[in-house]
Write a protein that binds this ligand. Structure first.
Ligand code: PLP
Length: 464
């Protein structure tokens, strides 16, 4: 399978190279040139498969020979074998025909484990084969960093540097990153905010000369195609467990960078009957504003109780726009450039195509807290603030009472104590494998908010 850039100018790549790349050289994002499509009969034949076997069937065409089938099957079994629940992605029912898909059973208790546990293993395989070493650099406000470190901690051929804003991530989230021991793991606490961290990572990808041409940087954010790909699987899994493909499903997805929900859109294009996809945002609602009013415009960042969805722009929205604009890279190039400075209006007919399946809804902190409380009172089930936003959006925008409504449960509530406490509820216990998290030894280095200091640190650690 070939991968092409949304901006039409970068060379097309095979799976291995797309795995080892961040942004395309033209500033775009890589997407598959074509998607596999399945009949209802084929999808039906996957009923009852364990998660990793379903993953093998769905992901094999994307990996396309880069890894021998038997090794890929074993890799997937290992990847999803580390999850804390035998069903990997179990469904919890919270009302008539309404469900939460629990995507927080992985080692770091958020859905990012689904992709990053696999990404670490994919990278390890490909790098070993090529005899190559790479450097991972990523910025995190919490969930991405711990999931990336957990996913890559065993990879001999990767040095991983995760930047987080010093004193601005929760203690559980920080400890999930800083207590993982390994000579190849580097936690950098930056005296700045998340944007500062992200800017330094972006600048480093833009000019990699500090790595002396001897190493390349690999991205672990959802710019990386492999992350999106891994997330397609659980849409099929949830559907098959609720009577799909013979019933249409609706999914509500707590959204930041549009990565998770874009995977749902791809599942639909591959043939899974999905009647509705709900873009659920917090107060950082650029996606809700474009979906409802057709203005795509940056607003300043707001800090909310659902920090993993605190974004200014949604990078993966570009992948959807590419489809809406008939995969015309030149048009996308122009559109994305204008967005840097202006409010952009989309072509109404093209936006209407998106609205056939997408709805959107924005939820503020007060309503998030209220939803956590309401669902707890109704069912005894405790939602994390991100998932609560998904549930609220589902209840406000649901189109069909007949189609099962599935909200993606993106994180475990134990990671987000402030929201749970504001709802007047007790933060739950840490799961079994993390009970001693608060006692474990931490390792991180505090650095000033200066690109040169950070890059010098990386160079020094890599080339020592
Ligand atoms: C990353 C994250 C999200 C947002 O996912 P996107 O793919 O960026 O839309 C939502 N909830 C939680 C808990 C996350 O960690």
């Amino acid at each position: 399978m070939k991968y092409i850039s949304t901006r039409g100018e970068a060379p097309s790549l095979n799976f291995e190279d797309v795995l080892l790349t961040g942004l395309a050289s033209d500033g775009g994002l890589y997407v598959p040139e074509t998607l596999p499509e399945y009949s209802l009969d084929e999808i039906r034949s996957w009923r009852g498969l364990p998660y990793h076997e379903l993953a093998f069937r769905i992901l094999k065409p994307f990996v396309d020979g880069a890894i021998p089938d038997d090794e890929f099957a074993t890799m997937l079994k290992d990847t999803y074998g580390v999850f804390g629940h035998k069903a990997v992605a179990p469904l919890a029912q919270i009302d008539h025909n309404e469900f939460v898909l629990e995507l927080f059973q992985g080692p770091t208790l958020a859905f990012k484990d689904f992709a990053l546990q696999l990404l670490g293993r994919l990278l390890d395989h490909v790098l070993e084969k090529r005899g190559e070493r790479v450097v991972i650099m990523g910025a995190t406000s919490g969930d991405t960093g711990s999931a990336a470190i957990e996913g890559c901690k065993r990879c001999k051929n990767i040095d991983i540097f995760i930047l987080h804003p010093h004193n601005r991530v929760s203690e559980v989230q920080r400890r999930q990153m800083t207590t993982i021991a390994g000579d190849n793991i580097h936690n950098l606490a930056i005296d700045g905010n998340f944007d500062d961290c992200q800017s330094m990572v972006k600048a480093s990808f833009g000019d990699q000369s500090f790595l002396r041409g001897e190493r390349r940087l690999v991205a672990v954010n959802s710019i990386n195609w492999a992350r999106i790909m891994a997330q397609i699987v659980y849409y099929f899994y949830a559907s098959l467990n609720l009577g799909g493909p013979d019933r249409e499903m609706a999914f509500s997805v707590p959204t930041g960078n549009f990565g998770d929900i874009f995977a749902g859109y791809l599942a639909r294009k591959m043939g899974l009957p999905i009647g509705q996809l709900i873009v659920a945002t917090n107060q950082n609602d650029i996606l809700h504003r474009v979906m409802s009013n057709n203005v795509y415009e940056k607003h300043p960042l707001a800090h909310t109780l659902s920090p993993s969805m605190d974004i200014v722009v949604s990078s993966n929205f570009e992948r959807l726009l590419f489809d809406l604009y008939d995969r015309d890279g030149a048009v996308l190039n122009d559109l994305m450039r204008r967005l840097n400075t202006d409010a952009v209006t989309l072509d109404e007919a093209r936006l209407a195509k998106a609205r056939d399946v997408f709805d959107s809804y924005a939820v503020n902190d007060d309503v998030t807290v209220e939803t956590i409380r309401t669902v707890f009172d109704e069912t005894g089930y405790l939602l994390d603030p991100h998932t609560a936003i998904g549930v609220k959006a589902a209840r406000e925008t649901r189109r069909s009472a007949i189609n099962p409504m599935i909200t993606l449960g993106t994180a475990h509530p134990v990671k987000f104590a402030p929201a749970v406490e504001r709802a007047g509820l007790k933060t739950p216990e840490l799961p079994h494998h993390l009970t001693d998290l608060m006692e474990r030894e931490e390792r991180y280095t505090v650095l000033p908010n200066e690109l040169q200091r950070v890059q010098a640190y990386v160079t020094d650690a890599v080339f020592g």
